[in-house]
Ligand binder design. Structure first.
Ligand code: FE2
Ligand code: FE2
Length: 200
């Protein structure tokens, strides 16, 4: 027989802390990433498969989540982190991959060139690019390939979050894996909202 679960005070505190952190992440992503979240590119991102079972959109949001978790941890250690730059950098870092079949002739070329393409997309979407953002995006592939190493703490955060999230994309999968559908015809805004609420 299953033992009934009684929430202790400590469990309650942990749960509330987690909820507060999710809320903080949600607020930061929506506050600084509004232009990117509401773009056609972001919509399209949920239709393009990425890292085997995921989509560019889901991966993008995972990277933003993980980047902010790291940023808050560093801030607690009194390390200054530019949050708007982290959010915009994370949300735009892979948008240059969109339409990859038309843009790149090989996987190798895509891996090398998509960061520059992502900078171009970011410039189009974001009216005031936070300082450091272009470098964050351009160097996010490090240490993979021939990418230059990040030149800011924010760049290092997004690079690490990107690798962590890529593993999570593959292990955790997504609706693409569950349904076997390559291209989902759902309302992407709803998907973004669900993700921001931690339901994906
Ligand atoms: Fe990338
Ligand atoms: Fe990525």
């Amino acid at each position: 027989m299953r033992t009934p679960y009684y929430e202790t005070t400590i469990h309650k505190q942990i749960r509330e802390k987690r909820e507060d952190r999710k809320e903080r992440i949600r607020t930061d992503i929506e506050r600084y990433g509004d232009e990117v979240l509401n773009s056609d590119e972001m919509k399209e991102a949920f239709s393009q498969t990425h890292h085997q079972w995921s989509t560019v959109g889901e991966h993008t949001l995972r990277v933003a989540f993980a980047s902010l978790m790291l940023s808050y941890a560093l801030k607690k250690l009194d390390i200054k982190v530019n949050i708007p730059a982290v959010v915009v950098g994370a949300l735009c870092h892979d948008l240059g991959i969109l339409g990859r079949k038309e843009k790149f002739i090989s996987a190798k070329e895509m891996s090398r060139e998509h960061p520059k393409e992502s900078v171009t997309v970011a410039r189009e979407l974001v009216s005031e690019m936070p300082e450091k953002t272009e470098d964050i995006i351009e160097r996010h592939m490090w240490p993979a390939g021939q990418s230059k190493a990040p030149n800011s703490i924010e760049g290092a955060i997004v690079s690490v979050a990107d690798k962590y999230s890529a593993v999570k994309d593959i292990v955790k999968g997504s609706d693409v894996k569950k349904t076997g559908l390559k291209y989902l015809a759902r309302d992407e805004k709803d998907r973004i909202r669900k993700f921001l609420k931690g339901k994906m």
